[in-house]
Design a binder for this molecule. Structure first.
Ligand code: HEC
Length: 511
C-alpha cells in the first residue's frame, strides 16, 4: 500500500514539475541578465559569457552547482544579519527556476518572447558616465616577489573636481592584491615617478589624502547623491598597487574610472575613509595566528567622537580569514549590526553600502569578532605545512581590519536612502517587455517594484507620498528600473515615470 501511494505521489510530482519547466525565453534569461551578465559578458570579469542561450547551456551544470551553493552571484555577507544596497542575491524561487530549467533539459521556449540581451561597454566599465580615467602606463613586473609600486598621474585639473563614483579595473586581476587611491599636492610623487626609468616608483608613498581602497572583487564605489571626495586643482593622483607573487614578465594596465558631481556643488558633503578597526583587543596581543588551529579574535574601536553618518563598511583579511562579524553599541546600550561574513572569501572583498545611511552616535564603540583558519584544511593557507602567521603587508601575512566610508552627521542623514537602482546588474535593457507604455509590478509591493518601458529609456522615477511630498528620485537611463522600497512605511504612494517623450503616474500600495 505504502509503495503504491509513493508511486502515485511520484507520478503527480513529476507531472507537476514537467508542466512547470521554466524555459530560457520567458524565465531564466531574465534572471541571468539581472544577476549574472554584469560580470559574465565579453569584456567582463566572469570566466564565460551568459548572454546567449548557448552560453548558458554550455555551462548549465556548473551554473546549478554555483547558484545552489550560493557562490554565484558572489555576495559573502549574511543577509539575515544586515541587508545592503545593491545586493546581488538570488531568491529561492530564482534558484529553483534555474535548477528546474537545467533538470528539464534547458528548453529554449519561444525565442520571440525572450528579452533583448543587455549591452555593455567594450572597456569593461559599468559606470554610466566616465568623466576621467586614471590610467597607469603599461608596467611589466620585473620579479616574482611581491611588489609595492606607486604610480603618479597628473590630471592637470584647473578647478576642484568632486568624485561621486569610483570604479577600479585591475589590469592583472589575479595578481593585483590591492589598489589604493590617493592624491598628492606636493608634486613629490610625480617627481619620483618621472625619475624612475620604468613606470611608477618603489620606496615610500607620498599622500595628502587617502581617497579609497580597492581589493579583489571590490565593486563600484558610489557615494550618495551630492556626497564625495573633493580633489583640489594641482593634485596628482597616486595609485598604490600591491602585486602578489609570481608575476614576472606580465604587464599591468590597471585603471580607475571616475564620475564627478556636475551640479549642486553648494550642497556638497565631504566623505572620509578610515580603518576604524585594526588589530585585536590589547588583551589578545598583536595579531599572531598559531598553526593547525582555528583562532578567534575580538576587536574594539575607539569611542566615536561626534555623531557620524556611515555609508559603507568593508572588512579585510587575507587567505587565513574564516569569518568576520562587525557591529556597534551606543552609549545607551543599543547594539546595531553592521556586517557579517560567515565564510570569508579573499576574492570577493566588497564595499557593503547600507541601504539607508547609518547614524552612529557620538560615544559609540564598534566591535568585531573574527576567526582565522590556519589548518591544512584551508585551501588558501599560504604555508604547507601550516606555520605561525603575523600581521603584515604581504599576502602571506595576515590582516584584521575594517574600512568605513563615512561623514560627519547632519540632521536627517538617517533618512537618506542609498540608491539601489544603479546596480550594475540592472543595466540590461528590455527586461519584461509588455505591450503597455509602462508596466509596473508587483502592486501591492513589499520589498521592491519593477518599472518597464517598452520603447524608450526611462530617465527618472520619482516617488511622492499621498500628500504629494517628494520622497525620493532615481536617475535610471534604462528601459528597466528596479526600485527598493523596503525603507518606505506601509501606505499609498504615487510613482512618476519620465522618459524623453512621455510621462506617467501610478498608484503604488506599499505593504
Ligand atoms: C560580480 C561579478 C559576478 C557576478 C555578478 C556573477 N559572477 Fe559568476 N563568476 C565571476 C568570476 C570572476 C568567476 C571566476 C572566479 C570565481 O569562481 O570566483 C565566476 C565563476 C562562475 C562560474 C564557474 C565556477 C567554476 O569555477 O566552474 C559559474 C558557473 C558562474 N560564475 C555562474 C554565475 C551565475 C549563474 C551568476 C548569476 C546568477 C553569476 N555567476 C554572477 C563573476 C561573477
Amino acid at each position: 500500500m505504502k509503495r503504491i501511494l509513493l508511486l502515485i505521489l511520484g507520478v503527480t510530482i513529476s507531472i507537476h514539475v514537467k508542466a512547470q519547466t521554466p524555459d530560457w525565453s520567458t524565465s531564466v534569461a531574465n534572471i541571468f541578465y539581472q544577476h549574472c551578465t554584469s560580470c559574465h559578458h565579453p569584456n567582463g570579469i566572469g570566466p564565460f559569457d551568459l548572454i546567449n542561450y548557448s552560453d548558458a547551456v554550455a555551462n548549465a551544470q556548473s551554473i546549478v552547482d554555483m547558484v545552489e551553493q550560493r557562490k554565484m552571484p558572489p555576495w559573502p555577507a549574511n543577509p539575515h544579519y544586515r541587508r545592503f544596497a545593491n545586493e546581488t542575491l538570488l531568491d529561492s524561487i530564482e534558484i529553483a527556476k534555474i535548477k528546474d530549467w537545467v533538470l528539464g533539459g534547458t528548453p529554449l521556449g519561444n525565442i520571440a518572447l525572450a528579452p533583448n540581451p543587455p549591452t555593455y561597454n567594450a572597456g569593461g566599465s559599468l559606470l554610466d558616465t566616465i568623466h576621467y580615467t586614471v590610467q597607469i602606463p603599461p608596467y611589466t613586473l620585473s620579479s616574482n616577489g611581491e611588489i609595492y609600486r606607486y604610480f603618479a598621474i597628473r590630471p592637470n585639473f584647473t578647478d576642484t573636481v568632486y568624485i561621486s563614483q569610483i570604479e577600479v579595473i585591475p589590469g592583472l586581476p589575479d595578481l593585483v592584491h590591492h589598489a589604493d587611491i590617493h592624491y598628492d599636492l606636493t608634486g613629490q610623487s610625480y617627481t619620483n615617478d618621472s625619475m624612475s626609468i620604468t613606470p611608477g616608483f618603489g620606496g615610500g608613498l607620498v599622500s595628502n589624502y587617502y581617497i579609497n581602497a580597492w581589493q579583489p572583487g571590490g565593486n563600484i564605489v558610489k557615494y550618495p547623491p551630492g556626497w564625495g571626495v573633493a580633489v583640489p586643482p594641482g593634485a596628482d593622483f597616486v595609485l598604490e598597487i600591491h602585486y602578489g607573487a609570481g608575476g614576472a614578465g606580465q604587464t599591468d594596465t590597471t585603471k580607475m574610472n571616475l564620475r564627478f558631481i556636475t551640479s549642486g556643488i553648494n550642497n556638497f558633503r565631504a566623505i572620509k575613509v578610515g580603518w576604524l578597526l585594526n588589530n585585536p583587543i590589547p588583551a589578545q596581543g598583536p595579531l599572531v595566528i598559531p598553526p593547525n588551529v582555528i583562532t578567534n579574535f575580538d576587536q574594539q574601536s575607539q569611542q566615536i567622537n561626534g555623531d557620524k553618518s556611515f555609508i559603507a563598511v568593508c572588512p579585510h583579511m587575507h587567505g587565513l580569514g574564516k569569518s568576520y562579524k562587525v557591529w556597534f553599541k551606543t552609549l545607551s546600550g543599543d547594539s546595531v549590526p553592521l556586517v557579517d561574513i560567515p565564510e570569508w572569501e579573499f576574492h570577493w572583498q566588497k564595499y557593503y553600502f547600507f541601504r539607508k545611511i547609518q547614524k552612529v552616535p557620538s560615544g559609540s564603540i564598534i566591535y568585531a569578532k573574527a576567526s582565522f583558519d590556519n589548518t591544512a584544511n584551508n585551501p588558501h593557507n599560504p604555508n604547507d605545512p601550516p606555520a605561525t602567521v603575523y600581521a603584515g603587508a604581504l599576502t602571506t601575512d595576515e590582516m584584521l581590519m575594517t574600512y568605513f566610508i563615512f561623514a560627519n552627521y547632519v540632521q536627517g542623514d538617517e533618512d537618506i536612502i542609498i540608491d539601489s537602482t544603479l546596480l550594475a546588474s540592472l543595466k540590461p535593457e528590455g527586461i519584461g517587455l509588455q505591450n503597455t507604455v509602462f508596466n509596473l509590478h508587483p502592486n501591492p509591493a513589499e520589498q521592491y517594484f519593477e518599472l518597464n518601458s517598452n520603447d524608450e529609456s526611462i530617465n527618472e522615477v520619482v516617488i511622492y507620498n499621498i500628500n504629494g511630498a517628494l520622497i525620493n528620485q532615481y536617475q535610471i537611463n534604462n528601459q528597466h528600473a528596479l526600485i527598493d522600497i523596503q525603507m518606505l512605511s506601509a501606505g499609498i504612494y504615487f510613482i512618476q515615470a519620465n522618459c524623453n517623450s512621455k510621462t506617467d503616474h501610478f498608484k503604488l500600495i506599499k505593504q
